[in-house]
Write a protein that binds this ligand. Sequence first.
Ligand code: DGY
Length: 326
Amino acid sequence: MKIFLNNRIPQNGIDLLKNNKLELIIPTDDHLSHEDWLKHCQSADVILNVGKNKFDKSFFDQCPNIKAIVLFSVGFDQVDVEEATRRGIPIGNTPEVLNKATSDVAFLLMQMVSRKVNYNIEKVKGGQWKDFDSMEALGQELYGKKLGILGLGRIGFEMAKKCRAAFDMKIIYHNRHHNHEAEQELDATYVSFEELLSQSDVISIHANYTPGEAGKFDKAAFEKMKSNAIFINTARGGFHNESDLLQAVQSGTIWGAGLDVTNPEPMHADNPLLQLPNVVILPHIGSATAEARAGMSRVAAENIIAFSKNLPMPSCANPDVYQQQM
Ligand code: DGY
């Protein structure tokens, strides 16, 4: 079985595969061109994918021998999952192991925005730290405020838990389904999307991204939010319309924003959002801890090992694929 890995991952997953007599094909070139990447995919049975490569219908048409794709991520928005399922191709992903790390980043961004940390760091670096000024760069406190979560799944649950413990925040959420565990353990209240917008002091997105959600946070949505609202997106950049967000923060329609994801990625260094005092942008580091990445490496390897033994992948974005094989 030929397994193609397109970029580096922590060694523990590679060792696990080797111990199971599975060898990876790892190109020596760190930055493969699209053509070279495609050539590798065409000669592989399984792809262990790091990064944003797209697996759409045209990809599957060009790589008819692919039998499985294992993503080094929990998100699978770059895959046409319906098409993969139709072709009997399981799509592995890496949930759970990054819940804490990713929610930590949402929590961090929320605090950085509420206390204008970026602005203040720049002030110190730029030699602008002058005498004490009781009215300058005032932040807002988070104690007792309302956290609105879009997509209260595993990562959202961790974010809600931290916000309750640290700031006694009240949790409201909007989901496809009720999250009974969160309602019982965190006293979370299910609300409509409109209510989420109008009632939240902080809105944090933790939902799976699908093309139907593109630009869900647009001018109309920002206009329904409170003027003190902090918008946090650690999920996918496609959820927000960037120019509408810029306008909303610039005009004071909302207080500010913390983003770990942008659209496109990477964000260009001259993006005007980077100039705003109440905006913090991070370069998609949600799962970037040694612990989470080692966990992802292990889960990805376990998916491949299960596949090699004709067993269902333990972490699979399209488990239906196994129903249709039965
Ligand atoms: C994930 O795991 O989905 C992270 O966002 C990295 O893509």
